[in-house]
Design a protein around this ligand. Structure first.
Ligand SMILES: Nc1ncnc2c1ncn2[C@@H]1O[C@H](COP(=O)(O)OP(=O)(O)O)[C@@H](O)[C@H]1O
Ligand SMILES: [Mg+2]
Length: 410
């Protein structure tokens, strides 16, 4: 039989070996264990491809093993509208209620009345009614908040009676944020609902929220609730470590390469060298691992040597550039592509607006507009110190390799 290539470059695809996340897993297990006496939520942020979704899926498995009801979903840009958000969340909550009612076989009459604006109604047994959903067209600011709070408290109460917990695991959560000017407060409503459910010390409700997404999530939460810090344990995740824990052992990044390969071995030092070359970035580790494995297997060999790596590296890098980075770059408008090229020419993986200003004859206003668009497209983000950085690791490197700055007056 032909051996299987074990690596898994992809979006949220479970890696053959989950490297370097012991701390995050420990933290999650701690939080679960502390329920219901201590109720805490988790926020996971990180660049694209560092393994957020994979970690969230691991959390789901862990929580389910402990009999939690878990609803894991991707949020998306559409849900920034309260109406759509309400419909989505009500659906998640309904799923949780259904999972809870299955287990104890309580008489369950779920009747859902979906009116023109998408009202969802839930009945559990005869006495508990959970209702969420946008009411009339013109809702007061707090309408969604009130309805969500009531629903989350109801769901939490059902869970509490059964001695179980409900965990909402929301991925891509950076796409939902408040927009006061449009009077849209989806994120604020969700956070308030969770606070309401968790804050009652006499009757603590076992409801947990895990929000996972790109860096802007942190600022969005802040903007939605001033005291939001207290609500979340922060779990920023990044590239895998390049430092071995002890002498003679492999770094987490090296392990991610070596551990999955059963039929093919790495010569001394090769895995650590690849890991360094890709800065321990999980997505690239899978990508390089898969390509090198294929090339080695095709040769009928069973060892990845330094020579082989050197020989294969340019082609692997090229395919990565074309399939991973280039489409991102092309997503930006022509004018914004110029901004990206210029920014990258400043070096590194982040830049300051003032340095960009100094490097161009473009007006500072035009630059700001371009940067805002790049942020809206999720190609760059602004960190808490006002520094701009790329949402994909090593994107600056790619731009310098492939797209040097254009002459100004073209
Ligand atoms: N801890 C890890 N060890 C090894 N590979 C990982 C790890 N975390 C993620 N990966 C791999 O990295 C890639 C990106 O993971 P993903 O969870 O989709 O990232 P994100 O959600 O942050 O964009 C996947 O191919 C996955 O298999
Ligand atoms: Mg993801």
């Amino acid at each position: 039989m032909v051996p299987r290539n074990p690596y898994s470059p992809g979006v949220g695809t479970r890696p053959p070996f989950l490297a370097g996340r012991e701390g995050q897993i420990r933290l999650f297990e701690r939080i679960l264990a502390d329920y219901p006496e201590k109720r805490r939520n988790l926020r996971i942020t990180g660049l694209r491809g560092v393994g957020k979704t994979v970690l969230l899926k691991e959390y789901e498995r862990i929580a389910r093993r402990q009999d939690w009801v878990v609803v894991r979903r991707d949020l998306g840009p559409r849900l920034v509208e309260e109406v759509d958000f309400a419909t989505a969340i009500s659906e998640y909550l309904r799923e949780a209620v259904e999972a809870l009612s299955l287990k104890v076989r309580i008489k369950r009459g779920v009747s859902s009345a979906l009116n023109a604006v998408g009202q969802v109604q839930l009945q559990i047994g005869d006495e508990v009614t959970v209702s969420v959903g946008p009411g009339g067209e013109r809702r007061a600011k707090s309408a969604l908040e009130d309805r969500l709070r009531r629903a989350v408290v109801e769901v939490g109460s059902v869970a509490r009676e059964q001695g179980r917990g409900v965990a909402l695991l929301l991925d891509e959560a950076h796409s939902v944020y408040d927009r006061p000017r449009q009077r849209q407060y989806p994120l604020g409503a969700l956070l308030s609902a969770i606070v309401a459910a968790q804050d009652d010390d006499d009757r603590p409700l076992p409801v947990m929220l895990v929000l996972c997404g790109l860096q802007p999530l942190t600022a969005n939460i802040h903007a939605a609730r001033s005291n939001a810090e207290r609500l979340f344990r922060a779990g920023e995740i990044g590239n895998l470590s390049l430092t071995p824990e002890s002498q003679g052992s492999l770094s987490a990044a090296g392990q991610a390469l070596v551990r999955p390969a059963e039929t093919i071995a790495y010569a001394d030092g090769v895995a650590e060298r690849i890991a360094r070359d890709v800065s321990g970035y999980p997505y690239f580790i899978q990508w390089f691992g898969e390509a090198l494995w294929d090339a080695t297997d095709l040769d009928g060999a069973d060892l990845i040597t330094h020579e082989r790596y050197e020989r294969e590296r340019p082609a692997i890098q090229r395919s990565l550039d074309e399939e991973f980075f280039e489409p991102r770059y092309r997503d930006a408008r022509k004018g914004d592509q110029r901004t990206l090229r210029l920014a990258a020419s400043l070096g590194g993986e982040s830049f300051a607006k003032s340095d960009l200003d100094a490097a161009t004859t473009k007006s500072t206003g035009a630059l700001s507009v371009s940067l805002s668009r790049l942020i809206a497209d999720n190609l760059i983000y602004r960190d808490e110190h006002g520094v701009y950085a790329y949402t994909a690791p090593l994107f600056g490197d790619f731009l310098r390799r492939r797209h040097s700055p254009l002459p100004e007056d073209e």
